[in-house]
Design a protein. Sequence first.
Length: 268
Amino acid sequence: MKLDLFFANNPVFTIKDLKNFLGFDCKKSSTLSNLLQYHQKHGHILLIRRGLYAVIPKEAQGFKNFIDPYLVANKLSEDSVLAYQTALALHGKNNTISNLFYYLTRTRKKKDFEFQGNIYRAVSIPSPLIEIEIGIVSINRLGLNIYLTSLERTFVDVLDRPYLCLSWEEICRSIDSIEYMDLDAILKYTSLLHKCTTAAVVGFFLEMHKEKWHVSLAHLDKLQKICPKKPFYLKRAMKGPRKLIHKWNLIVPQSFLDKNWEEPHEDI
């Protein structure tokens, strides 16, 4: 009965989670191994990869791909934080279906992990933030707390590393769907990255939505002070006419200004 309670509350779990739950009831590793083998054999749990398991609900027995991929990504590292396009989706700001899930971790570079048709990719934390925890929130999903970047941090992150989203069209559509953000949190996080180009891109998008998000001149001025001194391309490979936004020293496609997303999709 005690283990039934654990399975009910932990749809995806690590061996460490199980050890912590059982405590002194499971002193020997052989006992734990036998316990896991028993429940695997009887179809109660499924091995995802070494040390990581999923509970098979009775109603899911016989079905494939019943495991929530966000729960898997959350357990792939002890410090996993779901980010970029994965965080956008969890915030309800990305409707594009993707089988690629990103998570931040301090652990040394890991290889992509594939399970049930989904790819899980570890992403390094930006070097200025390795010793800082900022812009991380938790939500309850299917009974488990999972960690992800806040909407404000995600907004900055996808502009800082746009190649961790499917396309610029996806990024722009996601940003357009945002109703409200904490602007002070955006400025604080952007300044911690110490990247003048990212500050310019963030400033450009804030200015594009200044009425909707109530962006003040003071907010924009703080970002403008740390902008690059020379013009740079938002995306050099993008086709079509472009325009230099002098305020941000940023060269952007005209389609961004017109909010015209009919151009062909291009890989980033």
